[in-house]
Design a protein around this ligand. Sequence first.
Ligand SMILES: Cc1cc2nc3c(=O)[nH]c(=O)nc-3n(C[C@H](O)[C@H](O)[C@H](O)COP(=O)(O)OP(=O)(O)OC[C@H]3O[C@@H](n4cnc5c(N)ncnc54)[C@H](O)[C@@H]3O)c2cc1C
Length: 390
Amino acid sequence: MPDTRLIRSFLDSHHASLAERAGRFAEGEIAGRPEPADDAAARTEARALLELLGAGGWLEPIFDLDLRGCCLMREALGEASPLADAVFALQGLGTTPILLGGSQAQKDRWLGPIAQGRVMTAFAMTELEAGSDVARIGTTARRDGSVYVLNGVKTLISNAGLADLYAVFASTDPAKGAKGISCFLAPADAPGLRFVGPQVLSSPHPLGEIAFENCRLPADALLGSEGRGYALGLATLDRLRPTVAAASCGMASRALAESLAHVKRRQQFGKPLAEFQLVQQKLARMATDLSAARLLTYQAAYEKDQGQERITSEAAMAKAFATEMAQRAVDDAVQLIGGRGVLAQHPVDRLYRAVRALRIYEGTTEIQQLIIASELLKGAGAGRGEAGPR
Ligand SMILES: Cc1cc2nc3c(=O)[nH]c(=O)nc-3n(C[C@H](O)[C@H](O)[C@H](O)COP(=O)(O)OP(=O)(O)OC[C@H]3O[C@@H](n4cnc5c(N)ncnc54)[C@H](O)[C@@H]3O)c2cc1C
């Protein structure tokens, strides 16, 4: 359950009760669900989890644009089940372009069923040649009378083959590079949209490739205007990066809890492991790094909720620090638990397989570091009265 004491200065009054309710829900209804045995079972479980989240109203913070609420949800879910966290996260990722750039008609059509968990969304940006370098998107969208015709392949797409609605990034004007990228809403049954196949991870997470083969979308599938897609995509990622950090904090919290329980119980050399200083050092580092990550995470979310237009640097710092922290914490937990920690189905083994991807998706750690440095350099010298872009 997210501990709100440390972060209370970043929260509003309703957040403490959300944290408590979300924690109880995650512990009571999610944590005990067995890990799916294979990719097909993970896909079935993802749909079941989405229905559960939708029916309980747990997706609401996404639609209220309550970023701290989304962070509290992801922290609670990340602690209980990385797959449930992914289901919540992906509903946010696929929906945020509509919330930020959709027309009233697009919102009226899609937001209700998405909030109820009846429509599952996906965010289709990455391609074989366009990973970190999003401006290299090669999927094209050519206007043909009253429709757009899309061609291209998207890879490493979460919810591929499972989603009902894809937010797709495609170029309407390849000569313009990033400024020619547009964003479209493509229902899964659009003619010419094909699920190529799954890409199976070691942790349950529906992922795969989709292809657009002369896929015809009505003109009103365009989100905003032509050429706005790159900015919309980056604004979506900017907004949601603190939630990736929050999920990392949830996973690290679980790793710390499993470690504490184990070292108090397990005896070697005639006393509990908890009494050895080398063990205590690991625990102290895990707890300190986790607190630091939570402060960065909720500070970034707080700034956004206060109306700050961009939280580019804050979000990048939170994501880079928290995901790296969680990887170390989970690794330390496995080390403290020893051989049992690498057995399949042990909670820390599940975390070990799940946590790795967080340092990669929604922008790798290296890309976050480049963003932070670029923001720093933009501002360098400005405070001393020297000319600067800002
Ligand atoms: C589990 C999972 C789920 C995902 N879900 C989605 C999704 O739903 N939708 C979607 O569109 N994408 C999704 N992705 C794709 C993800 O966003 C990309 O994997 C990520 O952006 C990195 O791109 P890449 O894998 O092509 O790596 P690359 O861009 O090829 O990077 C490889 C390495 O090079 C480094 N690198 C790249 N450029 C630089 C640079 N300029 N300086 C220094 N180092 C650099 C990177 O940091 C990384 O370490 C998902 C990925 C994973 C693993």
